[in-house]
Design a protein around this ligand. Sequence first.
Ligand SMILES: NC(=O)C1=CN([C@@H]2O[C@H](COP(=O)(O)OP(=O)(O)OC[C@H]3O[C@@H](n4cnc5c(N)ncnc54)[C@H](OP(=O)(O)O)[C@@H]3O)[C@@H](O)[C@H]2O)C=CC1
Ligand SMILES: N[C@@H](C=O)C(=O)O
Length: 256
Amino acid sequence: MPNALVTGASGGIGAFYADRLAARGHDLVLVARSTDKLEALARDLRARYGIQAEMITADLTDPAQVVRVVDRIRSGTPIDILINNAGANVASSFAKVADAELEALIRLNVTAPTLLTRAAIAGMASRGTGAIVNIGSVIGLATELTSGIYGATKAYMLTFSQSLAHEFGPAGVYVQAVLPGATRTDIWRHSGRNIDEIDGLMEVDDLVDAALAGFDRREAVTIPPLPDVRQWEAFEAARLAMRPNFANGKPAGRYV
Ligand SMILES: NC(=O)C1=CN([C@@H]2O[C@H](COP(=O)(O)OP(=O)(O)OC[C@H]3O[C@@H](n4cnc5c(N)ncnc54)[C@H](OP(=O)(O)O)[C@@H]3O)[C@@H](O)[C@H]2O)C=CC1
Ligand SMILES: N[C@@H](C=O)C(=O)O
């Protein structure tokens, strides 16, 4: 059974991914900062599902600690499924947030998943099988709904996934971008929001089960709260229809 590595496994969406993957019989590598929570989860999953669960305590905003996870991916039992889930938002507005906090957000939401993917995907491509799951957000498509760079980091998870799918799909690597809407986890408290004021909250088990339904269908992009998939398909079709028109040596008539 393939091994899976889940970042941000100590709570929220990542902990449910760990549970569901363990239920499917996958051995796991669980990554987050909270050793106590990872230990409790690993103990519980081993007992309930009879799987192997390793833990790596790592702060993914710290380049040296990301390297430890990269080293595990490159040198231990091969990782066949990588779930890039760890992520956060910031509490202050773009104008007020400290530079260091913005940089940490980019390291967690963008740089770490990029480096972990690079470490995992070469092996997957050489084995001709494997899966990368990148947790974005509907905010990546609706960046007006929040302040600052969170939406931009989540848009990256979508475009990064599309680019990887194009490059590594032919080598047998499946890449899925998952775009949750508002989901009942601690991310809201951590980013200074009152969860009781959020409309249309999805329960985290529903979110992960829907994301895994999309995974089983090998969807490139899974948007659990979107009722009519034709809206996403029309959006993608409009993007692809523009593509042939980008290769012009002269500016468009409206600029001359
Ligand atoms: N909940 C929502 O409404 C939505 C969430 N998302 C995305 O889903 C993903 C999971 O978020 P969610 O479960 O909601 O959030 P939670 O805050 O509930 O969980 C975040 C997880 O990431 C880990 N994490 C946070 N910071 C770091 C760090 N610096 N280094 C390593 N691990 C870290 C946390 O563990 P620890 O503290 O132990 O390190 C925890 O396991 C994120 O990428 C988020 O952007 C997308 C759309 C909606
Ligand atoms: N987690 C939310 C924002 O902070 C979202 O992505 O909807």
